[in-house]
Structure formats: C-alpha cells, structure tokens
Write a protein of this length. Sequence first.
Length: 130
Amino acid sequence: MVEKLSEHASFSDSSVEALGWRDEILQMMYWMHGEGFGREVTADDIRRFLDADRSRLLRWLEQLVEGGYVEVVAGEKYKLTAFGLREGKRRFLDEFEPFLKHGGHGECNDPDCECHEAESAEATCWVSKE
C-alpha cells in the first residue's frame, strides 16, 4: 500500500506527507460520520475542519478512492467504504482513545453491543443507523 500511495504522490508531496494526509482525512471522515454530520460528505465539508487547499484535498480524496478507502456517491460527495471506516476508526482511536469514555467514537455505551466487536461496518447498533 505504501508503494501505491507513494506513486500517487507525484504532485510534490513526500511519502510521509501522503501518509499523514491519508490518516487525517480518514480520521476526519470517521469523526464526521460518528458525530452525525453525515456518512456522505463533500470536500468543502472536510475543509471546514482540515486546513487544506480544495484542489489538493480533491486529489487526496481521489487517491483514497483508488485505494479503496472512500467511494464517490452523488456526484461530489464521498463516503467511507467498510475498509475505510475500519481504517478511519483505527487511526482515530490511535490518536484519541485516551480522551474517550468508551472504546470507540460513534459506538454506543452498551458493552454487549455488536458495534464493539463486529467486523462489519454495518453493525446492528442503534448508533450506526441514521
């Protein structure tokens, strides 16, 4: 995956910077999903929280689409795939777990709920339903 991401870093970004932006965007989309801002977001929605040039962000989103993390829906909107949701969650928890009351953002507080263990992004939790 690093080689693929590096090969897309042709617009003068280093591989390390490419990895950093991938992580930031996945975390932000995961957070937006969990906070109820929507499963489908535009580049401008993301830019409200990340300081990035719009054209550059669109190129990063295209790379996330190519990598299978994100899919394009409804024209200019983007949605995390099941893989992207898992990866966004992992990166979000790596960064913010010490500050959370329970094991995941967008999960319920019921310790027996599937959302804490389910491999599927579509767990039968009330929180995962919009």
